[in-house]
Structures are given as structure tokens and as C-alpha cells.
Design a protein around this ligand. Structure first.
Ligand SMILES: [Zn+2]
Ligand SMILES: [Zn+2]
Ligand SMILES: [Zn+2]
Ligand SMILES: [Zn+2]
Length: 208
């Protein structure tokens, strides 16, 4: 249904690049910025295991804790009604929220699992993507993100603006405004199309 682009945009300079090339780009882009005190900046990539069109590259300052990264993921991608969330180093091995991100993800090859909402879960993988000496960043900051995928109305093929939370469970349910209003499941199940892996889940209504 989607025209899936894995292109994204650098938030620092506006450059557009593919998902793999963007990893290299943000490392260079961050280290080339001048001015101010410099510090070690960790780059992490966040993506849902089953939906490769969604991804975030996040720059993490030395003092940022997992709870700061959790806060960012909620703001940008996830928050619907204040569900619980956790980071994991492996099955049943929880990473405490008060650890710094550098401590738990500072080594090449490291990755963490993450779950938001233990009912209608959204699962993410957070991977080490490099360390650069760079002008200090905010504790945690999105430096690149996928371009919004385009979805087509199941009835007419026009750009979809809405999806049905019930039909989305079976990987469908995208509609334009006109056909959403005629959809049989009912208005209370309709959610806005959003650039987020939580689109259509629970009460998720897009970035706040
Ligand atoms: Zn850039
Ligand atoms: Zn919810
Ligand atoms: Zn339509
Ligand atoms: Zn439906």
C-alpha cells in the first residue's frame, strides 16, 4: 500500500540521503559543525524491527540517561496515553532508566530492545551508530529522520489521511477523508496517518 521510501532528511543541514548513507552523513555533519565546547556525542539509530520505513538517528550527549531517550521517543513517535516502557539488553534483562545512554550503548555493535506499552506494544531496536567529537548537542536530539511514507486509500488510491485502528491490525485500513467517513468500522476507530510506527495503535493521534 505504501510507496516505501527509505530516504530521510538531516535535521542539521537539510541534506536528503538514503537510510544507510544517512548514518555516515550525520557523523560527518555533526563533527564538522564549529563553535562552542566540544564533547563526545553518541549516535544511535532507532527503528521498529518489522517496519523498516520508520527510523530515527538520535545524537546523545554524555549526560543523557535512558529516561531522556525514552522521553524523546515518546514525544516524537509513541505517546498516546502514558503507557509503561522499558529498555532491554536481552530477554528479561532490563536496562534501568537512570543509566546513561553512553554507558549502555557506547560500544560499537551494542543494541537495546525497547517496548512502549505492554498491551498494544510498539517495539523498537536502538543500535550504536558511532561516536563523534562534536559541538555539544542537547541531551538527546533527533538529527535525522525518515521522510513520511505515503499511503493510498484502499478504495480510490488517493493519498490516505486516516486509518482504521481495527483494520490496521491486519495491515490495511488506509482511507482518504471521503472514504474514511463511509468506513463500516465506525468513526471512533479512525486515527490520523502519522510518520510513526505507532500510527493506528491504541489512541495514537500523531506527534503532540
Ligand atoms: Zn547534515
Ligand atoms: Zn494508549
Ligand atoms: Zn478514497
Ligand atoms: Zn476498519
Amino acid at each position: 500500500m505504501a510507496r516505501q521510501s527509505s530516504f530521510g532528511v538531516c535535521a542539521l543541514c537539510g541534506a536528503r540521503a538514503g537510510k544507510v548513507a544517512m548514518g555516515r552523513h550525520v557523523r560527518a555533519c555533526l563533527s564538522e559543525r564549529s563553535g562552542g565546547a566540544r564533547s563526545r556525542v553518541l549516535l544511535v539509530r532507532v527503528q521498529p524491527p518489522g517496519a523498516p520505513m520508520f527510523w530515527l538517528d538520535v545524537a546523545v550527549g554524555p549526560t543523557a540517561k535512558l529516561k531522556d531517550l525514552d522521553g524523546l521517543l515518546r514525544r516524537v513517535w509513541l505517546e498516546c496515553c502514558g503507557h509503561l516502557s522499558e529498555f532491554y539488553r536481552g530477554p528479561r534483562n532490563r536496562a534501568p532508566m537512570n543509566r546513561t545512554v553512553h554507558e549502555v550503548l557506547g560500544t560499537p555493535g551494542t543494541r537495546l530492545g525497547y517496548v512502549y506499552d505492554f498491551g498494544s506494544s510498539t517495539e523498537l531496536i536502538v543500535s550504536h551508530a558511532g561516536v563523534v567529537e562534536a559541538t555539544s548537542v542537547a541531551k538527546v536530539q533527533v538529527v535525522a529522520r525518515n521522510e513520511a511514507p505515503r499511503w493510498s486509500c484502499e478504495v480510490c488510491g488517493q493519498a490516505a489521511t486516516t486509518l482504521c485502528a481495527e483494520c490496521a491490525k491486519a495491515d490495511g485500513g488506509f482511507y482518504c477523508a471521503k472514504h474514511a467517513s463511509k468506513h463500516e468500522c465506525g468513526e471512533e476507530l479512525l486515527r490520523p496517518v502519522a510518520n510513526s510506527p505507532r500510527m493506528g495503535v491504541c489512541g495514537y493521534a500523531g506527534e503532540a
